[in-house]
Ligand binder design. Structure first.
Ligand SMILES: Nc1ncnc2c1ncn2[C@@H]1O[C@H](COP(=O)(O)OP(=O)(O)OP(=O)(O)O)[C@@H](O)[C@H]1O
Ligand SMILES: [Mg+2]
Length: 399
């Protein structure tokens, strides 16, 4: 099995079939700031292979599949499926592409409850004008392929989750598409059901069909011919440990992913939100013994704000597990916990709230979309005194 290099792509022309994704960028604007769901993603999925899209929640798996399905238009970049460049298709060609070239399997099955299994599978054919008899005959064939021949007359409510997913896969195959896109097809299934779906997907790879599966499910990985890691390169400049920046220098940028949380040893750091209109919003200025950047690596999301050195600054970067351990370290009281470099000073704010408490807060924050960076600031003594940072409140979920 190969791990596909998501950064390097042969020119689309070099790949006769399969899927070529080149420099794909998709952005969403939420609460006035831009989320880059896909940031220059490139890869090639050769024809007749199963390619697993692996990545944490929010890494853009569904977004990518939606672009490939022709139901979401990227901001830039190129998608070529079996020689067709998706962005350049006319409206009519696009609708024909959606109908015949890609089959989509969703995590939630999306079957019509009032229709039987065979009627569900026949539905896309009937919608495309196929005669009823032919459509139902084809549905029976497909249900047999997915091992559901004997349940053709059952309605979705009478089927298990795994059986419903098999019907959904049969439906996705109605037009015999060369590309099958499956968005977390085993996520709602128990172990036994998931195994059956994995086996089915493996069987369907035949006949040159390219199958893209987004998943958190490690069981998919062994059946995949290749894997695309959706999480891009982590910010590389800073390693863990002591690191210095000069005034004005970027520590990390909004939208990137990182594994480090930072404690300020000396100097000041500005936390800045880059707005959708290109403007900037200052969220907080943090100083010695304050920390930032912990939320994104904790929850595996891109950073929701940028951090810049306001003055010359000395930071200590901690891998997130180490940072958690540091925050949870019991019995430190108000001492600095040693200054050997092995056990750096515990940030003042850490004594006030543990990561577990922050995680509990985060749940409600993810609904309210409270800024990660301003939440960081809100935990600091300065913010408690009513600094502007505490009053700024538009971010959410990532730092
Ligand atoms: N319609 C939308 N509006 C605003 N933001 C969106 C929208 N759809 C997706 N996003 C954002 O884009 C990013 C990628 O989302 P996406 O759903 O593609 O991730 P995913 O990898 O499929 O995650 P999961 O594993 O949770 O399904 C996330 O930050 C998400 O919040
Ligand atoms: Mg998804």
């Amino acid at each position: 099995m190969t791990v596909i290099d998501r950064a390097k792509t042969p020119a689309a022309e070099e790949t006769a079939g399969g899927i070529v994704v080149e420099d794909l960028v998709v952005e969403f604007v939420t609460d006035g700031y831009r989320i880059r769901a896909l940031d220059a993603l490139s890869f090639v999925a050769p024809p007749g292979q199963i390619v697993a899209l692996l990545g944490p929640s929010g890494s853009g798996k569904t977004t990518l599949l939606s672009c490939l399905a022709g139901i979401l238009t990227p901001a830039s970049g190129r998608i070529v499926v079996n020689g067709r460049t998706i962005g350049s298709l006319s409206a009519a060609a696009m609708s024909e592409y959606r109908r015949t070239q890609v089959g989509i399997v969703f995590q939630a099955f999306n079957l019509i409850p009032s229709l039987s299994a065979r009627e569900n599978v026949a539905a896309p054919l009937l919608a495309a004008g196929t005669r009823s008899r032919t459509a139902l005959h084809r549905a029976d064939e497909l249900l047999a392929i997915v091992g559901m021949g004997e349940r053709a007359h059952h309605k979705p409510g009478q089927l298990s989750g795994g059986q419903q997913q098999r019907v959904a896969i049969a439906r996705a195959l109605a037009h015999d598409p060369p590309v099958l896109l499956a968005d977390e097809p085993t996520a709602n299934l128990d172990y036994v059901q998931a195994e059956a779906i994995v086996a089915l997907l493996r069987d369907l790879r035949s006949q040159g069909r390219t199958i893209l599966i987004s998943t958190h499910d490690q069981r998919i990985v062994p059946i995949a011919d290749a894997v695309v890691q959706m999480v891009p390169e982590l910010e590389g400049k800073t390693g863990a440990g002591r690191v210095e920046y000069v005034a004005g220098e970027s520590i990390f940028e909004q939208g990137t992913r990182g594994t480090l949380a930072y404690v300020i040893e000396d100097g000041q750091v500005d936390i800045i939100r880059i707005l959708a209109d290109g403007g900037q919003k200052h969220l907080a200025t943090l100083g010695p013994r304050q920390y930032f950047g912990e939320l994104a690596p904790l929850i595996g999301f891109p950073r929701s704000a940028s951090a810049r050195a306001k003055t010359n600054v000395v930071l200590r970067g901690y891998p997130i597990q180490e940072f958690r351990a540091l925050m949870l370290r019991p019995g430190d009281g108000d001492t600095d916990g040693g200054k050997t470099g092995e056990k750096p000073a515990k940030p003042a704010a850490a004594r006030r709230r543990t990561p577990a408490e922050r995680a509990a807060k985060k749940k409600s924050a993810s609904v309210r979309r409270v800024p990660a960076a301003s939440r960081t600031a809100a935990r600091t003594p300065a913010a408690k005194k009513g600094s502007p940072a505490k009053r700024s409140s538009t971010t959410r979920k990532r730092s």
